[in-house]
Structure formats: structure tokens, C-alpha cells
Design a protein around this ligand. Structure first.
Ligand code: NAD
Length: 490
């Protein structure tokens, strides 16, 4: 039996892109599933002077292509209330408070409130301050705050942001979204690691040689130029998504399957990744920027709203080491970039080759190492490379691959990442959200790299042709360790 959740959503930035493209369809998905039914309401706030009727139209417009009848969508949209709002005006929060109390009674919401910051982070402090001073927090039920990325642009600003929202909300009440944690194969890391002894028992430096994490995009900067120029690939992808993946892959087994235990395990392993000295940054991190050409489109520096001498990196590769007993000696190689040959997010766990092989191989080649690959996207699934006998009279050993693709129909039916995250928030399940301690640790590491690059300016920025695997220095990062990247493109 699906239980119906009761809550009031207050969305700051209700007319924005995130709200319309992600949040309204996700809320509707929960409604369509029956997890939201009679007892929910949404207040959207933004600057524009919209009426409720207009807001309903906007909400319905965001549901084009969603399943269900027009009647269902209209009923859903009628739960939405719009309030024109200037985040700096205290009087608006008083009006908001009154509307929230009224809707709480009208829809019997049990005093549960979810505050969603769907606005630029510079407003968060003001909003949190007013939420507290104008008593928008519900005295009964729960109060939960949802915060989007980017969470700061370095440790200092992240800490400031965290202090700001902490005026009104406790760590327990804060849900920091990293939508990568909502992805199917990232969620699969724990079951794979902790319910399969044949993986669990070899998950250490005794058997694993190295780990490779690739988050490749085939697109360029597109419409995100303004933001990207102030961020770059390191902040945009490594600090959050890649560090969260590293934590999930390498944490010790949590003592229980709950958010507190998992956050503790993640915190501990991230604390074992020591920030690099400048010399170590130069040795272990590579940055690049894409260059276009015939049939390759524009160079990054030629794109709209990008500085002609921009040194912002569109590609990062690096080596990270974990200083603990389980992982000492196992490099984690990471890379992410724009304008790579294909869009793919994958994790390759490369095992040590078999010792003292006695079996024949074709041409006396070394026996291939086992590789466990998790494909996060686009072809969600995993494969494992093993060795077996060649078919026929030959007794030579040759590698083969076990493929497991998640069922496409089931996947198509599975909720979008945002829908799942919203459901987790309604259920008070913080498993798929980022704890402040994890963020702090990753920012300390990222800042050390960033500071060196900021000082170096253009020095060391490698240019790579679009539709390639990035600068050759990224290959050298592995070849100097006598290794190669497992994923070589399409
Ligand atoms: P947006 O610019 O489309 O929307 C901003 C919203 O804030 C609008 O509703 C606007 O009316 C409102 N607003 C701005 N100034 C205001 C003021 N002074 N008073 C009241 N309302 C005001 O932005 P977005 O793309 O929806 O992003 C919102 C947040 O979510 C940002 O922090 C962004 O980094 C993050 N985010 C967005 C996406 C996405 O897909 N759009 C993805 C990940 C994270």
C-alpha cells in the first residue's frame, strides 16, 4: 500500500527554470503515483506578479508529455498557490506565513513544511533569516530545507552559506541535493558492494589495482556560459559528483543502513584524502580546454559570453589517493570533460592481474586484469571482464565480458532523479543527500587544486581538440604509473 504524504512545499523561485523543468514534473510524478494526493499544497514565490490562475497554467504547461488526463493535471495544479515576493521584504514573509497556516488547515498537512531554495545562492541567507524572524517555521510537524548545487565556490563561501542557512535550520533539517546520488547505478553501489561476498571480500588494495571514474560530456558549454566561466569543470563536476562517487565506492561498510551511519562512513573516508601541496597538484592534476575547428564547432573561447582569453578548464583529470589501510596504494583516477567523443558516466574498478599464471595465452600475452565496470549513463548497467578458455581446440586463455543492462522498460518506468529525491525528502530519508562534513572535506581538497591553477593562470592549461579524449597529459597521468584508461571513447 502506497502511503500518502502530507506536506506544504514553499518554493522560493517558483517561476524559475529549475521549478518548471524539474520540480513541477517531479511533484506531479509523485501525485500520479499516489504518494501525493489530497493532502499537499505548493506555494510558489518569485518576483513576477502572477495570479494563481496563471500559475496553474504554468504548472500544467510544465507537464506536457507527462502521463495522465488533462483533468488529473488540472486537479494537481489546483494545489498550487502563487505569491509575488521580494526576498528582502519582511512583509512578504508575514503574508507567506499566513498563507502557509491557512493551507495547513485547509489541506490538513500536519504542520509539515518543505522549503525549497530554487534561487541563486546569494539569496539563501536573507531567506533563512526571514524564515526564522517571521516565524515561517512550523511549530508542529517537520521543517525541511532543500538546497541545490552549487553549494559555495570554495570552502570559505560554502561555510558561509552553511552558517547562513543554519540560522534557521539544523543539519538534520537540511537536504543538500547532489542529483548524481539519485542515479540508478550510483544507488546500486551499496547493494553491489555489501550483498555480494565475491565483490565485498576483494574490495581493497589487496586485490584492486586502481579505480577510474569518468564523467564525459559530448556537449560544450551551451547556455551555461555565465555560470561556467565562474566555475569550471573542477567545481562543476569534481567537487560534488565525483567526490560523492569516490565516497560511495570506498567508504567502510556502514554499521547500519541509515543516513547517519552512511554519512559517518563517507565522512571518514573523505577525511583520509589529504589535500595536495602545490607540487602534488602539478604532478597529479591536469586541466584542459576544448578547441574547435572544421566540423568541430567553436572553441570554448569563441563561445557566447566566454572571455576570449578565458583560462577556465572544461576538462579535468587527476589522481587521488586515500590514506587508509584499505586503500593505500590504490590510485583513483578521475576525469571529466566537455566535448568528449561521447556522453558517458562510468566507473571502472581494475583488479590486480592473477599471480603466477600457469595457463597459455595467445602470443604469450599477459592475462588481462578483471575489470568491474558500472555504467551510470547512458546504457545503465554493469559489466565484468573475466578470463576463460578460447572456444575450440585452443586451450589459450582469453578475456570475455559478462554484461548486465538494466531493463530498459523498467528504467523507463522508474521515476526521474528529482522525483525520487523529493520522495526521499518527504520520507525524511537523508541517504541520498550530502552532509556538511562531506562537502567541507571535498572543498578543502578542491581549494588546494584551484589555488594552484588560479596562480598559474594560463600556464599548464592544455588545449584539446573537441571530440577527443582530452589532453595527452591525462593519458600520461596513467602511463607513468604503467596503466591506461579503460574507457577510450565510443
Ligand atoms: P532561474 O533564474 O531560472 O530562477 C530564479 C528564480 O528566482 C525565479 O523564479 C526568479 O523570479 C526568482 N527571483 C530572483 N530574484 C528574486 C528576488 N529578488 N525576489 C524574489 N524572487 C526572485 O534559476 P534556476 O535555473 O531555476 O536555478 C535556481 C537554483 O537552482 C540556482 O541556485 C541554480 O544554481 C540551481 N540549479 C538549477 C538547475 C536547473 O536545471 N535549472 C540545476 C541544478 C541546480
Amino acid at each position: 500500500m502506497m502511503t500518502e504524504e502530507r506536506a506544504l512545499f514553499i518554493i522560493f523561485g517558483g517561476s524559475g527554470d529549475l521549478a518548471q523543468r524539474k520540480l513541477y514534473p517531479a511533484l506531479y510524478g509523485l501525485y500520479f503515483q499516489g504518494r501525493l494526493a489530497k493532502h499537499f499544497a505548493v506555494i510558489g514565490t518569485a518576483r513576477r506578479p502572477w495570479t494563481d490562475d496563471h500559475y496553474h497554467e504554468v504548472v500544467k504547461q510544465s507537464l506536457v508529455g507527462a502521463p495522465g488526463s488533462a483533468h488529473q493535471k488540472t486537479e494537481f495544479a489546483e494545489h498550487f498557490y502563487y505569491q509575488s515576493h521580494d526576498v528582502t521584504d519582511a512583509a512578504h514573509y508575514v503574508t507567506l506565513q499566513k498563507l502557509a497556516s491557512k493551507l495547513n488547515l485547509q489541506y490538513q498537512l500536519d504542520g509539515n513544511r518543505i522549503f525549497y531554495m530554487a534561487m541563486a545562492p546569494r539569496f539563501f541567507a536573507t531567506i533563512a533569516e526571514h524564515v526564522k524572524s517571521e516565524q515561517l517555521l512550523s511549530p508542529d510537524g517537520y521543517n525541511r530545507l532543500i538546497v541545490e548545487k552549487p553549494f559555495g565556490r570554495d570552502y570559505a563561501s560554502a561555510k558561509q552559506l552553511n552558517d547562513d542557512i543554519s540560522q534557521a535550520f539544523s543539519e538534520e533539517q537540511i537536504y543538500r541535493i547532489d542529483h548524481y546520488l539519485g542515479k540508478e547505478m550510483v544507488q546500486d553501489i551499496m547493494p553491489l558492494r555489501f550483498t555480494n561476498p565475491f565483490l565485498e571480500n576483494v574490495w581493497s588494495n589487496q586485490f584492486i589495482d586502481n579505480i577510474q571514474i569518468t564523467l564525459a560530456e559530448d556537449i560544450g558549454v551551451e547556455e551555461r556560459a555565465g555560470y561556467y566561466e565562474t566555475a569550471g569543470a573542477l567545481r562543476d563536476m569534481v567537487q560534488n559528483h565525483i567526490f560523492q562517487i569516490i565516497a560511495m565506492l570506498t567508504m567502510e561498510k556502514p554499521s547500519r543502513y541509515d543516513a547517519t551511519a552512511i554519512h559517518e562512513a563517507k565522512r571518514a573516508v573523505l577525511a583520509a584524502i589529504k589535500p595536495y601541496t602545490p607540487a602534488q597538484v602539478h604532478t597529479n592534476f591536469v586541466r584542459g580546454q576544448y578547441v574547435g575547428g572544421d566540423n568541430l564547432g567553436l572553441s570554448y573561447r569563441e563561445e557566447d559570453n566566454i572571455a576570449a582569453d578565458s583560462t577556465v578548464e572544461t576538462y579535468v583529470a587527476g589522481r587521488v589517493d586515500i590514506d587508509n589501510d584499505r586503500w593505500r596504494g590504490v590510485p583513483i583516477y578521475l576525469r571529466t570533460g566537455k566535448k568528449m567523443p561521447a556522453k558517458t558516466s562510468r566507473i571502472d574498478i581494475v583488479f590486480k592481474p592473477t599471480k603466477d599464471n600457469i595457463l597459455p595465452t595467445t602470443g604469450n600475452a599477459p592475462v588481462r586484469a578483471n575489470v568491474v565496470t558500472l555504467i551510470i549513463e547512458p546504457d545503465t548497467g554493469m559489466h565484468i571482464t573475466l578470463n576463460g578458455k578460447e572456444i575450440g581446440v585452443s586451450d589459450a586463455v582469453s578475456p570475455f565480458t559478462l554484461d548486465h543492462a538494466l531493463d530498459k522498460d523498467e528504467l523507463a518506468k522508474a521515476p526521474e532523479a528529482y522525483q525520487r529525491l523529493l520522495l526521499n525528502i518527504l520520507e525524511g530519508n537523508k541517504l541520498t543527500f550530502t552532509h556538511w562534513d562531506e562537502l567541507a572535506a571535498s572543498w578543502h581538497f578542491i581549494d588546494a587544486v584551484r589555488n594552484v591553477w588560479d596562480n598559474d593562470k594560463a600556464d599548464g592549461l592544455a588545449f584539446y581538440p573537441s571530440e577527443t579524449m582530452g589532453p595527452k597529459q591525462a593519458d600520461e597521468l596513467l602511463s607513468r604509473d604503467h596503466r591506461t584508461w579503460i574507457w577510450q571513447g565510443k
